[in-house]
Design a protein around this ligand. Structure first.
Ligand code: NAD
Length: 483
């Protein structure tokens, strides 16, 4: 496969293709062809990465912020220059269409830029003193120490980029373990940081058995910060491991985003935006809109136009066809999960308006699926689908819609469409989520915090929070003389 690199780990500045625990195959989810072999790190290799990160930390954190920024900005430039080649690898590994893969790669470069700049901006603050005997009180943000970064497969450039740039900008050394199904994407990103000048040991890259690696790295006395993106179940498990030694922890987990659509919303634009966003990356997006709550007066029309748009999407192998709008699911397990979700529907779980079936043949495909009228306690309305399945329900009263929206333990993104200023203010306050977007779906900009509440996670990434998450706050207070 000419477009696909040999997969290597990076340990203490050395690129190694030999996994101490062997290798595992990486396959294209759209046609199941094997792309390459991913090395699996042994505990000895993890220990070598930990030792390298520990040794590099005092050196990297002592590099002035302006210089760290210069290096990180260069990594962003390299990522932009290489975006077409890297996006091709993203399509091969994830199956997402070319435009989405390219958009992910270039927007990751913007994220890296912003977080790198924080190294110059975050100077702490001086706090006015309370007593005349005090000379100065300053609050600083000190890098925590070696950061252990765990990222999933759905955004194999964007998610590692957020964590790597935040950690490195703050002065932390790091070990990243990306998903084993998308190792080359992360490797090409890490190469940008290395070639930009991040020194040996400050950035390490490993793959392998996720449970063994996370347990080993988190338990090590050398690791100081843990950041995970993935499922709520794994996030809770890693949070408990981190809590044993009071290690700082950030978790960006699943969601089940509601979309409240008011009668006054611009109908055509809203339905077009909803259908396009719902099926982006085959619905495998943590902030994917999944529970559509639609004012009864426009409900029937919304269901019919949404389903029409969903049924027209071209589904297929985006690595061979640039016209494809929706690719495969990540692995066979995701297809089974969709089959189970739709197959388990009972009498009051709604009606399948379009889709609902596995697409047979090579690759892990499921039809874009729209289900109208599921009950509010159905599986579809309560469990994150993480796939191309949307539920649509009518509401009569906006407060009732908010009640349904806020009824789950998830709280990542929530959306609303309305042209009423009153409704917009009300929904912005009343929807319970880490991120609320009104009249659009873009919650992931470099400058703003990205994160959830409840079962959706802990802490934020990107924005200044994405830098501060890798720091510890310290007060230095100085008196003129001993009392
Ligand atoms: P999964 O939980 O098996 O895997 C998700 C990711 O977590 C993978 O990259 C995997 O390597 C990693 N992982 C699993 N166990 C781990 C451990 N013990 N230590 C460290 N990392 C570990 O789920 P899946 O079937 O691949 O994906 C579906 C689920 O994952 C959904 O429920 C979805 O919410 C969640 N998910 C969320 C995001 C997100 O962006 N928030 C991304 C991908 C998956």
């Amino acid at each position: 496969m000419t477009d696909y690199p040999t997969i290597k780990m990076l340990i203490g500045g050395e690129w190694v293709s030999d996994g101490g625990d062997g290798t595992m195959p990486v396959a294209n989810p759209a046609n199941e062809e094997v792309l390459g072999q991913c090395p699996k790190a042994s505990k000895e290799q993890l220990d070598a990465a930990l030792a390298a990160a520990d040794e590099a930390f005092p050196k990297w954190s002592a590099v002035p912020g302006a210089e760290r920024h210069r290096i990180i900005r260069r990594a962003a430039e390299l990522l932009r220059e290489r975006a077409p080649k890297i996006a091709r690898v993203v399509t091969l590994e994830v199956g997402k269409p070319k435009a989405q893969a390219l958009g992910e790669t270039t927007s990751a470069a913007d994220l890296i830029d912003f977080l790198g700049e924080e190294a110059k901006r975050q100077g702490g603050r001086l706090v006015p003193v309370r007593g005349a005997h005090l000379l100065q009180q300053r609050v600083t943000h000190e890098p925590i120490g070696p950061a252990m970064l765990f990222t999933p497969w759905n955004f194999p450039i964007n998610l590692p980029a957020k964590k790597l740039a935040g950690a490195l900008a703050a002065g932390c050394s790091c070990i990243i373990k990306p998903a084993e199904t998308t190792p080359a994407s992360a490797q090409l990103l890490v190469e940008c940081f290395v070639e930009a000048g991040v020194p040996a040991g400050a950035i390490n890259l490993v793959y392998g058995d996720p449970a063994m690696i996370s347990e080993h790295l988190i338990a090590s006395p050398l690791s100081r910060k843990i950041s995970f993106t993935g499922s709520t179940a794994v996030g809770k498990h890693l949070g408990a491991l981190a809590a044993k030694d009071m290690k700082r922890f950030t978790a960006e987990l699943g969601g089940h985003a509601p979309v409240v659509i008011g009668e006054s919303a611009d109908f055509e634009r809203t339905v077009a935006a909803c259908a396009a966003t719902k099926f982006r990356n085959a619905g495998q997006v943590c902030v994917s809109p999944t529970r559509f709550l639609v004012a009864r007066g426009i409900y029937d029309r919304f269901v019919s136009e949404f389903a029409e748009r969903a049924s027209q999407l071209k589904v297929g192998d985006a690595s061979r066809d640039d016209e494809v709008a929706m690719g495969p699911l990540a692995h066979a397990g995701r297809v089974d999960a969709m089959k189970d979700l739709v197959g388990a529907m009972g009498g009051n779980d709604g009606e399948v308006v379009t889709g609902g079936s596995v697409i047979e043949g090579a690759g892990h495909f499921f039809q874009p699926t729209v289900i109208a009228g599921p009950s509010r306690d159905s599986r579809l309305m309560t469990e994150e689908p993480f796939g191309p399945v949307a539920g649509i329900v009518p509401y009569d009263d906006i407060a009732d819609a908010v009640g349904i929206a806020n009824s789950l333990r998830y709280g990542l993104a929530a959306y609303a469409f309305t042209s009423s200023l009153d409704e917009s203010h009300y929904l912005g306050s009343a929807l319970r989520a880490g991120m609320v977007a009104i009249n659009h779906f873009a919650v992931g900009s470099p400058e703003t915090p990205f994160g959830g509440i409840g079962d959706s996670g802990f802490g934020s990434e990107s924005g200044e929070e994405g830098y501060l998450g890798y720091t510890e706050t310290k007060l230095v207070t100085v008196a003129k003389a001993a009392p």
